[in-house]
Design a protein around this ligand. Structure first.
Ligand SMILES: [Zn+2]
Length: 121
């Protein structure tokens, strides 16, 4: 892969990394707030409806946070592969990952064929 192209992917990955870190921090700070509201709850029965809503909000925040963490580790992995020169190479078969695929998912670890196999297994 050309250096120029690699630099472009690196820039994208660093931007994405910043975005994800911000998102995780935001979700975690909201969750802390929700938790302190929750533990400070004394008049429990009169607030059942509110509680149900906030439990739901907490769960969706939690899964958002998990997704972001998952993405972040993929982005970090791709940045490491740029550093060690293995970026854009399938970790399973060692062949170059299709360029259209990298354009769509710059942090892809698998070529199209191995990705399909992975999803089937
Ligand atoms: Zn492969």
């Amino acid at each position: 892969m050309e250096d120029r192209e690699l630099a472009r992917f690196k820039e994208w990955l660093l931007t994405e990394r910043d975005r994800l870190v911000g998102e995780i921090e935001y979700v975690e700070s909201t969750m802390e707030q929700t938790q302190s509201e929750w533990s400070g709850e004394n008049e429990f029965e009169s607030h059942i409806a509110d509680s149900a809503t906030s439990t739901f909000a907490r769960e969706s925040d939690l899964s958002l946070s998990i997704n972001s963490r998952d993405m972040l580790s993929k982005v970090d992995g791709a940045l490491l592969r740029i550093e060690d020169g293995s970026f854009g190479i399938c970790v399973v078969c060692g062949r170059p990952i299709e360029s259209e695929r990298l354009e769509a998912i710059p942090y892809a670890e698998l070529c199209m064929e191995d990705q399909i196999k992975e999803e089937k297994s």
